[in-house]
Design a protein around this ligand. Structure first.
Ligand code: PXL
Length: 277
């Protein structure tokens, strides 16, 4: 298989095991040359820490893109995660339009919300802008809260498959091509991921270990992108990402001091085995 170069655009939270400090090692482990574009540098992530620093790197983006174009650098895929501002989303859309190879794939994790609420710093204008990025992408990987914000749907903690199918239908009508909807739980002790390409919908159910483990969304999407770009089908990539995320949570669960992220490093070898299986 050819050697793929992938770009991931998201923040560096210096401490906190999320975004780039998760995506870079996971994508590299999947055998991909991984280029990064930090959207911002924060001392920690914003979910649970207070007083964190935030250096917005939006203004560096056009010059970085221009340099890559001058050097004729192109990417097989661009995967976006946490983006710091609406202006940044516009720059990222420019990159999707011009930095891809001919078989280019775009994957957008519309990181902005969880448990029914937007993360600190995000507002309705950001959501509107995120819609324009997400609905133009080849794959989107929202959780249920993000899917609700993207479609103006009321968030529910209890739901059935009709609610989920309506949500998928609204995403497809709005322009989504392939949806990987995470955290879909129909019974106690279980959760799962829905994979929908607009015609076919599959569901992969797995163990629910605990709620609220921070950073699992980034582990999941990074593993999904890694497996997809390593040549797996979207459904297989979604399954591998789910199994790997469960392993990471199992490895973290029970360590009360480790509330801010998942201890994915000791099980990183497992994703390599899953991809090679
Ligand atoms: O895990 C998503 C994420 C990424 N980056 C930053 C965050 C969060 C979630 O809160 O705060 C800075």
């Amino acid at each position: 298989m050819d050697y793929k170069r992938i770009l991931t655009v998201q923040d560096i939270s210096c401490v906190g095991q999320c975004s780039l400090t998760v995506a870079l090692p996971i994508l590299s482990a999947c055998g991909l040359e991984t280029a990064i574009l930090p959207s911002a540098v924060l001392s920690t992530h914003t979910a649970g820490f207070t007083g964190y620093t935030f250096r917005d790197l939006t203004d560096d983006m056009p010059a970085i893109k221009a340099h890559w174009e001058k050097e004729n650098i192109r990417f097989s895929a661009i995967y976006t995660g946490y983006l710091g501002s609406a202006k940044q989303i516009e720059y990222v859309k420019d990159m999707l339009a011009s930095l891809g190879t001919t078989d280019f794939v775009s994957i957008v994790d519309p990181v902005m919300a969880d448990n029914g609420k937007l993360y600190p710093g995000f507002d309705a204008d950001f959501v509107e802008c995120m819609k324009t990025l997400a609905f133009g992408a080849d794959y989107i990987v929202p959780n249920i809260t993000e899917a609700c914000f993207l479609t103006g749907t009321e968030y529910r903690t209890e739901y059935d498959d009709k609610y989920i199918n309506d949500l998928l239908g609204k995403l497809i009508s709005a322009g989504a091509k392939n949806i990987i909807l995470t955290g879909v739980s129909y019974r106690p002790g279980k959760t799962g991921v829905v994979v929908c390409d607009g015609e076919k919908t599959d569901y992969y159910e797995h163990r629910l270990i605990s709620k609220g483990c921070h950073g699992t969304g980034d582990v999941y999407t990074s593993a999904f992108v890694g497996a997809l770009m390593a040549g797996k089908t979207p459904l297989d990539a979604a399954r591998i990402a789910a199994d790997f995320t469960v392993l990471c949570i199992e490895n973290t669960h029970g360590d009360e001091k480790h509330w801010y992220g998942v201890k994915f490093e000791p099980v990183l070898g497992e994703i390599i085995s899953m991809i090679n299986a």
